[in-house]
Design a binder for this molecule. Structure first.
Ligand SMILES: [Fe+2]
Length: 373
């Protein structure tokens, strides 16, 4: 049986300046971030660190091309700690850099995944309220030549420290807040339903759901798109709790089925999960509405002040008020693509599908895609 553990040390600070001071950031530290995060919150501190803006090497979800370009750029640099300050892309890239030797490419790392070792100490500071990736040991890279998103995972890819600083969420655009917090809810729900869940991971899944539903309910009661910001610390913590939970119990079908949308149509991760969330949960309801799924509905019912039988519909309504769910067609997916999607998911995403609440057949997966189309 897999032991429950939280590997990185976790710290919380109100402001980046407190973290910089206490961590003793200095010349041998490499900060991997984006200019739009650095300029408003970090630049004025005049830190004596090396700074790398990831957008110089590509934008959007992380790809092998971006990671290889950064690795090439860093070949002539001498640095010790990597301080990743950013969203999912920055964090995934930093985990790759932490285990890469000087002449490595991303393909080399996939080839020796079982033998990876940490080359650079890694500190991760998330700036969205979604990935929870600061406490997991997996990096999802779009392998452009293969046309698939694939996980690179190793115990060596855990951060040494995960640092939560709500101040860094202040500039987050609404759609990023919405998609990333919905991603965190999917992490919480998928890890709760996973057959790999244990009593400890359930605690983190459950508390993540509670903080997210509380934050969302409070925010949607105002018409102001900034109304979520007073709850940033709560949502950041929720994302971290959900990360701890799925780091143990795994994510499942929602993530697995969303990957072709990201890999082929470049739909951002949180948005793609939003598209698949409701159709996957409805498939679970058709197959086995009792058992662990009923316990989830009871738990959500207690958070949404409704009966278990209404809890999922009420959750979907609340999610819809946070952000309207789009169809797969709206991203350019055509009906004849979904057969390939289903086959591709079954072939490449078994890592996630083994965590499904109940096994899903090829026909089940096709039905889910038809519902989401
Ligand atoms: Fe996710």
């Amino acid at each position: 049986m897999k032991a429950f553990q939280i590997v990185p040390k976790i710290r919380e600070y109100a402001e980046f300046s407190e973290f910089a001071k206490e961590s003793g950031l200095q010349a041998k530290d490499l900060i991997l971030t984006n200019a739009w995060i650095f300029r408003p919150k970090i630049e004025a501190l005049h830190l004596d660190c090396q700074i790398l803006f990831a957008e110089k090497y590509g934008t959007g979800e992380p790809t092998d091309v971006m990671a290889d370009a950064i690795l090439e750029e860093l070949q002539d640099s001498t640095y010790d700690r990597i301080i990743a300050v950013g969203g999912g892309t920055i964090i995934d890239l930093a985990k790759v850099l932490a285990v890469a030797d000087i002449n490595d490419t991303v393909a080399d790392l996939y080839e020796r995944m079982d033998a990876l070792r940490k080359i650079h100490p890694l500190v991760i500071v998330p700036t969205t309220c979604g990935t929870g990736s600061e406490v997991t040991n997996i990096s999802i890279i779009n392998r452009t030549q293969k046309g698939i998103k694939q996980g690179l995972a190793s115990p060596a890819m855990f951060a040494d420290e995960a640092v939560l600083i709500p101040e860094l969420l202040e500039g987050l655009p609404y759609h990023v807040y919405a998609a990333s917090s919905i991603d965190a809810m999917v992490h919480a729900v998928e890890s709760y339903l996973s057959p790999q869940a244990c009593s400890f991971s359930e605690l983190f899944s459950g508390q993540a759901m509670r903080l997210l539903t509380d934050g969302w309910k409070a925010a949607v009661s105002h018409s102001d798109p900034e109304a979520w910001k007073p709850y940033a610390a709560m949502l950041l913590r929720a994302s971290n709790y959900a990360g701890i939970a799925f780091g143990h119990a795994g994510c499942a079908a929602v993530h697995a089925l969303s990957y072709p949308l990201g890999g082929v149509h470049h739909v951002p991760h949180g948005e793609a999960n939003h598209v698949m969330f409701e159709p996957v949960m409805k498939a679970y309801m058709r197959k086995k509405p009792d058992g662990r799924l009923y316990r989830l509905r009871e738990l959500l019912g207690s958070m949404l002040a409704c009966r278990p039988e209404e809890a999922l519909e009420n959750l979907f309504d609340l999610v819809e008020r946070v952000q309207e769910r789009k169809t797969m067609r709206s991203y350019g997916v055509t009906p004849d693509e979904i057969t390939w999607y289903a086959d591709n998911v079954i072939e490449t995403q078994q890592r996630l599908l083994v965590n499904n609440y109940v096994p899903l057949t090829r026909d089940d997966i096709l039905r889910i895609y038809e519902d989401a189309l």
